[in-house]
Each structure stands twice: as C-alpha cells, then as structure tokens.
Design a binder for this molecule. Structure first.
Ligand code: UTP
Length: 292
C-alpha cells in the first residue's frame, strides 16, 4: 500500500533546551533561515507524502501560523514588486508543501502516547513517523529511503537507524540486527534506553520510521516504560520480535534540535553550504577557529 500519510510528533516539553523552550517550541528553532519543522515537512513532501498530522500541544501554535497564509505580510511583499518577489514566494510556498492538520496531545506522556493521538488520522494505512526535533539533511530524503525499504522488503515496519557512540547508547534505543542488503537490515528485537550491558548493538533508532496501523492497538495495551513514558520503541518491539522489522542505515546527516550541541552543529553546517551567506560564513568560521 502506498504511503501518503506522515505524522510529526512535536508536542514534547523540550526540557533539554530550557529556558529557550519555555515559550518557543524547539521545532520552531531556526537553522539559518527556516525553522526545523519546515525542513521536516519539505523532506516529507519530496518523499511523496501528501497528508501530514502534526502532534502539537499548549504554547506551540507558532507551528500552525508558520504553515498558514499570512495575508498582511504577503500584501506588503507584493507591493514591494520584483525586489520582494523571492521573499513572497518563500512565504507562500511553505503553505503549499502538504495538507497539514493538527491535533493536541494534552499531557506529555511520551512519544508512544503522542503517536496514539494520530489513530483517527491514520485509519488502516501504513504511515510515516518523523520526529519533530530530528532534522535530517541529505541528497536522498530520509523518509523516502525508509518508504522504499518498506516496499522492497515487505516487512511490517521500518526504522531509520545509525550507529551511536558507545557512551551514548544508554540515552537512545538499541537494535538487534541481521544484514539484508546494502544498507538495509532485518531488525528482530529492540530495547529503549538500555542499561549498560543490555544493548544489542550500537545501532539506534534515529528520527524516522514507517509503521503499520496495528501499532495503535499495541500502544493501547502495553505498560508505560522507560522514564514513566509510553514508549514507541516498546510497541515496535512487539512487532519486530513477532514479524521482523526493516532497519535502514540511512544516508544524510541528522541534527538533534532537542539538544544544545545539535542545534549549534545544524546552524554551522547548513550555514557553510548556504547559497546566500555560505562564503562569508566560512571566512568567519576560519577566523574563529584560528583563535581557538
Ligand atoms: P524527545 O524525547 O526528544 O522530546 O521526543 P522531549 O520530551 O520534548 O525532550 P526533553 O527530554 O524534554 O528535552 C522526540 C519528539 O517527540 C515529541 C517531541 O516534541 C520531539 O519532537 N514528543 C515527545 C511528543 O510529541 N510528545 C511527548 O510526550 C514526548
């Protein structure tokens, strides 16, 4: 079945980047000139996704404003003629990327609980999940790579994965894998936030997955897990152990916009390649580096 729906969980409290996240959603932090969530929606649109549900929460309505029309701003830019044409296009184009709807997660009870809010939107189709604070930049859009693996392997679901540093695995999930073909693996077990020694491998789920609709029934029946949260990994584990999942060691660079270092790395690396300010920024970075 063709995958045309994606959900973006973006309702978390973002405590790792307080106080910035007190009034601004981390998903709206800019990377040079676009908010994180716009990179994610663009990745979805390039991968054939037509309908997106953003899981949001109190105090995060900026995301809705960003993808909405802005008549006053547009009129002002239009009146500016040719000199404002590019800006006008940027402001309008963002409203046409996909059909975007929103639902609120009223209490932040974890990623699994956030995904459960999408049950009605998803219906009976397989769907994509794109974590709202994980920006992945590359030639080949990440969720498109996972959708292709879903179609080619015929497995129940797919996770995007990468190896993480040994000291970091306790903060992520760990996957039990067998190689299938090229950068695609079969995933037969997984654990969220393994205690030291409990990990299967250094492969961890990062930012993207494709899931069947039966995940909702599992989420409704499993207990709350690590950190007292309803963990999506615990629900995926049930399917992976029973039927097998695919794992794609995806190409592209992932930036974790939920932590301070990730935010800085994204700005520096995207800034260096930016068509407008890249050259000047490179000179500046070299100057800074020389003084370190
Ligand atoms: P994180 O665990 O990275 O987000 O979830 P968080 O809870 O905001 O982080 P900290 O630990 O407080 O800093 C990954 C994605 O899932 C969303 C987040 O918004 C983020 O985009 N999420 C997380 C929800 O939508 N609801 C939740 O209850 C938890």
């Amino acid at each position: 079945m063709k995958i045309t729906k994606a959900i973006i969980p973006a309702a978390g409290l973002g405590t790792r980047v307080l106080p910035a996240t007190k009034a601004i959603p981390k998903e709206m932090f800019p990377i040079v000139d676009k908010p994180a969530i716009q990179y994610i929606v663009e990745e979805a649109a390039k991968s054939g996704i037509e309908d997106i549900l953003i899981i949001t929460s109190r105090g995060k309505s900026e995301m809705e404003d960003h993808f909405d029309r802005s008549p006053e701003l547009e009129a002002k830019l239009r009146a500016g003629g040719d000199s404002k044409k590019t800006m006008l296009d940027q402001v309008v184009d963002v409203t046409k990327l996909a059909n975007i709807t929103y639902v609120r997660q009223m209490e932040q009870k974890g990623l699994g609980h956030a995904v459960l809010q999408a049950k009605k939107f998803v219906g009976n189709e397989p769907f994509a999940v794109m974590y709202g604070d994980d920006v992945i930049i590359g030639e080949d859009p990440c969720i498109g790579q996972l959708i292709r693996a879903y179609e080619s392997t015929g497995l129940k679901g797919v996770v995007g994965m990468k190896e993480v540093n040994p000291e970091d695995i306790v903060k992520y999930s760990s996957l039990k894998t067998e190689p299938l073909k090229d950068n695609i693996y079969k995933v037969t077990d997984m654990i969220e936030k393994p205690k030291p020694g409990e990990e299967f491998s250094l492969f961890s789920i990062l930012g993207r997955c494709v899931l069947p609709a039966e995940i909702f029934e599992i989420l409704e029946n499993i207990p709350y897990g690590a950190g007292g949260e309803l963990q999506l990994t615990d629900a995926m584990k049930v399917l992976a152990c029973r039927d097998g999942f695919a794992g794609v060691d995806f190409t592209g660079t992932r930036y974790d916009m939920g932590n301070k270092l990730g935010i800085l790395k994204a700005s520096v690396e995207v800034g260096i390649d930016h068509p407008e300010i890249g050259e000047e920024f490179k000179k500046y970075i070299k100057e800074v580096a020389n003084n370190l």
